[in-house]
Design a protein around this ligand. Sequence first.
Ligand code: C5P
Length: 223
Amino acid sequence: MTAAVSSPVITIDGPAGTGKSTVALRLAERLGFQFLNTGAMYRAVAMRCLEKGISFEDEESVVAAARELRFCIREHRLQVDGQDLSEQLTAHSVGRSASLVAAYPRVREILVEHQRDIARRQPIVTEGRDQGTVVFPDASRKFFLTASSEVRARRRFEEVGATSGASYEDILREQQERDLRDSTRSVAPLKPAEDAEIVDSSDLDVEQVVDVLARMVQESLKN
Ligand code: C5P
């Protein structure tokens, strides 16, 4: 697979709960780029499997479900088969299932093709786990967002805890399981690209992180 991409691409990778999605969206708005949430693509595959009653152990059926989906972005929001499913895709249970489907190399190949295709059409800020390492090795600028696991779980809890019924401890435990699965899988594991800037967001709010990233991006795009 080649990454023949001509429009500017900014990648933001990192584990769950670092505020990547919000930061990537705000950065995209500032730069006038589109925002691509690649986690939502893996979540869409997981949701399709849940809807169809496909077992996550049935690799062939999971791959077939991934192959059926069509993606595009409209006003920063991922459209799945022409529909904005953002609300449904953020459900806690879907996130856990997404990391199961994401471990299948053939599911990743399908989604990576969609991601590169979207990037060919417009400048993007894209966020995920493998955007700087695998999908866009020649990105204009790469970032890896981190924060302590307690800070990340606390943020997730404040975001979804009340509605999902999950406790802080549940979220912390599941997040640790998910981080472990994402960073130890054989294909496209979660890790910073060698040329990524590592930004620790534990003590920064969203606007402060966006300010730091925007400054660095402006410098890179000038050169
Ligand atoms: O970022 P988000 O929590 O929405 O991602 C859900 C899951 O999708 C992650 O835990 C990870 O397993 C998978 N994912 C991935 N590669 C990406 C984006 C997400 O493997 N680029």
